[in-house]
Design a protein around this ligand. Sequence first.
Ligand SMILES: Cc1ncc(COP(=O)(O)O)c(C=O)c1O
Length: 408
Amino acid sequence: MLDWEHIFATRSTRMRASEIRELLKLLEQPDIISFAGGIPDPALFPHEAFQEAYASIFSGPQVNAALQYSVSEGYKPLREWLVGEMAKIGIECGVDNVFITSGSQQALDYLGKLFISPNDTALVTWPTYLGALQAFNAYEPTYDQLSLNGNRTPEGYREAAAKAGGAVKFAYLSPDFANPTGETVDRAAREKLLDLADELDIAVIEDGAYQNLRYDGEPVPPVLALDIARKGGIENTRTIYGGSFSKTLAPGLRVGFVVAAMPVIRKLVLMKQAADLHSSTINQMAVATVAQTIFPEQVAKIKKAYSARRDAMLAALAKYMPAGASWTKPEGGMFVWVRLPEGMDGAELLAHSIQTEKVAFVPGRAFYADGSNNNTLRLSFSCANEAMIEEGIQRLGRLIGQAVAEAA
Ligand SMILES: Cc1ncc(COP(=O)(O)O)c(C=O)c1O
């Protein structure tokens, strides 16, 4: 076999299958209760609405446009609909500020490509979305911890970035019901983040993938909305908002979007022309049709289902977790984050759990840019019913209880 390593670019060395992904392959066994995948429940997809949307596209005058190449910015009626949705959450923008991507994951790749030269610093929360680290890694960044409690100074960030051989370019965060923690960043911390970004003169990448999935509590304005309020209009802002239809409608269509000031959008359009020309025309049309007709009902339906599962998971954790374990109480999204006593190892626990208790989760260290915090776990409640959640958490509590007792 050819030795490819010296032919591959240096950036490819940062692209590795994680041991955790390997472990998760074991999940294909049918008798496992899985809290591992952070994916939407397919039973909640709007099947009929999509069936009707595709049927009407195929039988109507738009069929050729739907099957033809189209513009890189995205399908205009979908972008116009998004302008209205954004206004509802305080993001006043024009249609030219909205850019359609192939899932919000593509936006993360493009933003990595746009901002990071090798050794530049990306500020990310500790932990952060694993897919963001994977997207940015290809551009050879250094990561530094984005502190949301204000205990790091701009000078400190600047010095660390210079030592690493570059400059701080952006702060990335998912402020609503984050993957993996389920936590929400409060308004004061969002304002502080904007202060920091202004001082460092960097971009803020706001990942709104779960923004629609609030089950209780008061909505917090998006960072971009706060930035617009400060600066008097989107063109003066430094925040780039990434959104997705994956969690609300269906991820298989691969339709996401970016909302930002025009200089950023123009660059993203050029990147898209080079990368894939445009996102699937027909899927954008179908998403536009479905969004225009049933979006509020669909969001209400999934919120009802997921909030019941969240409640079941929190109740089961309170009932079955041993002393020494703590967990987040998310107001939305798909995840609960569990912290075990120091010294415990989530990856070891997973191997054990799959064998003995047949329960799966994701060990938390994969979500840390420095691979630390072995004693954490991500549990997703999106795809299990309430009875499975109770049973799975009971088994997990038993396993963790034994591990804690052995370690004592
Ligand atoms: C925080 C976050 N951002 C982005 C994505 C990517 O989603 P998509 O590309 O399907 O829009 C995900 C998917 O799980 C996610 O959890």
